[in-house]
Every structure is written in structure tokens, then in C-alpha cells.
Design a protein around this ligand. Sequence first.
Ligand SMILES: [Zn+2]
Ligand SMILES: [Zn+2]
Length: 199
Amino acid sequence: MAPVDRIFLVDNLKCCAKCQTAKPKSDFYPRSKPRQHHLRAWCKDCENNRSSKYLESLRENNPAKVAKYRRNYYVRNKNKVAATNRRYNRENPEKVKAQWGAYYRANKEKYKNRARLRQLKIRQIAIEDFDREEIYVRDGGKCHICRRPVPQDYWHLDHLVPLSRGGEHSKKNVAVAHSQCNLVRYNTGPAQLRIWGDV
Ligand SMILES: [Zn+2]
Ligand SMILES: [Zn+2]
């Protein structure tokens, strides 16, 4: 009698070489070209199992390779990926909301900055590329209006010449300020001095 993995049973059954189970032929993937009319030796379950195990080990040992693979897949299947994402978003609104919320909380500052820069670009204001932190360090963490220290996790990037009056978003035209001081200056306008003074 032939070894069990060689037996092709009638009624469209085929024996998987891995799990040794007779399964309908629809439970097997086709081989790759040019032998696409033949079925693979392992059943779909066994193949999928092997792929996911491989992927799991790859994720652990070579995340760069996984990232590159994902990137390539995305480039080749942009429309498909977009459609899948759209469907996922539609079917899981609560999950998506929670994910965005978590992302936003984790990247609050970055996110806000990006939104601000986008606004400036829309208004066609000249933008110099710099980090807020850079300005905080340069100004010694002190408010340019009252000269007192400003907490590093809550400070205002003040435009000396306001953007609304044609000021640019550049290192030269920004300074650290208390949001309160900035508000007062904005309302009463006494602190334009630094623009003409010791910049
Ligand atoms: Zn199998
Ligand atoms: Zn101040």
C-alpha cells in the first residue's frame, strides 16, 4: 500500500502531507506558476500555520524586514489597502476612535505642532524649520515679556511680529512666553519692545 501522503482519495479528497488528514480539495492552495493547476501538499490550515509562525519569528528577529515587506506590499496594493482600511474603519468605529485617542494623547505636542504648521502653510506664511525645544533652550526657559521662568511642559511660542501682521514663523521672530503674558501683551500691546530692542 502506498504511504498515506501519496493516497489521493476519491470524492475530491486529498490527504495533507503535514497533518495527515483527508480534506476536500478546496482546503488546499494551488501551487505557484507554472504549476498552478496542481494543489500544494499541505492543507490551507497547515500552510497558514507555518506562515504565521514564520511571521511571528520574523517580527521578533528582524522587524526591519517585516517593515520593508509591509511597505512594499503597500506600494504594490495601495488601492486594496485603502479599501481594507476603509472597511475596517466603517465596521469598527469605536475601536478606531479609541486608537486615535491613544495616539493623540501619546503624541499631543507633535500633533498640535503639525496642525499649526499646516495652518501656516495654508496661509502661505514663511516657515523656518526648527524645534520648539530649541527655542526654549535658547531663551533659557524664560518668558520674554516678564523675564520669569516658564514651566517646560506648558509654555507659549510667541511671535514677536504677529503672523497676522506679516511676521514669519522663524527662530528670529519667536520667543518663549507665559501664555498669560502673551495674552496680556496681545490685548494691551506694551511688549513689542523686544522686536526693536535686544533681539
Ligand atoms: Zn494539514
Ligand atoms: Zn511671563
